[in-house]
Design a protein around this ligand. Structure first.
Ligand SMILES: C[S@@+](CC[C@H](N)C(=O)[O-])C[C@H]1O[C@@H](n2cnc3c(N)ncnc32)[C@H](O)[C@@H]1O
Length: 236
């Protein structure tokens, strides 16, 4: 994958659209009209306090959770403390691929802490993906499920870390299976690769099927709702 266009944004089946164009409403409407958030403002328009409140709510984790609880997996974004803990394990890599960027709390931290690493975000929910693309110019945002966008993960540099907020315990079985298979391929392709993932329970996020892979337990983060444990997946 080319990493020369850090602002590239790609909607399903469309060519990459630079952020500068995303801010121009008319050009944007035709290209990714289906990604338009309900809160989107046209140039010169004013948003009332009530509109802003409703707009913020429409894009919140809670609303996305109510629409698709198994796929979103939580009602509040990852806390800054959890984001910082995940980000600490993403240091020293040439590229970072965030899986399930959501509202961007981890994305922002990764971009801040690792400005030299090429950052790609894969997010299945189009309105969230669109906001990530606008809010984080450093990142290339890809819309879709990780297993459907496997090349965006697999075709990265050898020294790449995947930082995941995917809710494996609640994903539909077939999605979880296909995603785990993609992640196993990613980790086994190069010894330097890592997967950083949190879990809410004491158990590892999911079981690797390949015996060459293992989980290492990282820190427990109490200041998150609910408290979480950070795990690192790697070749044994
Ligand atoms: C727990 S939430 C996001 C947490 C994020 N760190 C935040 O603070 O907003 C999980 C996210 O993963 C996304 N997601 C779920 N399944 C996915 C998949 N198979 N591929 C890509 N994104 C997925 C959901 O749409 C949701 O935004």
């Amino acid at each position: 994958m080319s990493l020369t266009d850090p602002e590239g944004y790609e909607s399903p089946g469309a060519a990459a659209v630079p952020i500068s164009r995303l801010r121009r409403t008319d050009a944007l409407d035709e290209t990714i009209g289906h990604l338009r958030a309900p809160t989107r403002l046209r140039a010169g328009s004013r948003r009332t306090g009530r509109d802003a409140l409703l707009g913020g709510l429409a894009d919140s984790m809670l609303v996305h959770f109510l629409r698709a609880p198994a796929l979103v997996g939580g009602i509040v974004p990852s806390s800054p403390v959890l984001a910082a803990a995940m980000s600490r394990h993403a240091g020293g890599f040439d590229a970072i691929v965030e899986l399930g960027g959501g509202t961007g709390s981890v994305t922002r931290r990764l971009a801040l802490d690792h400005p030299r690493a090429a950052l790609t975000v894969i997010e299945r929910e189009p309105t969230l993906a669109r906001r990530l693309a606008i809010g984080c110019a450093h990142a290339r945002v890809r819309v879709g499920c990780v297993h459907e966008r496997a090349p965006d993960l697999l075709d990265q540099a050898p020294r790449t870390v995947a930082v995941s907020s995917l809710p494996f315990r609640s994903l539909p079985d077939e999605v979880a299976r296909a995603t785990v298979a993609t992640l196993e391929r990613f980790l086994l392709a190069h010894a330097a690769r890592r997967l950083v993932q949190y879990s809410y329970g004491l158990r590892a996020p999911f079981a690797f099927r390949d015996p060459r892979l293992r989980w290492r337990r990282g820190e427990r983060v109490w200041r998150n709702v609910p408290p979480a444990i950070v795990w690192i997946g790697e070749a044994a």
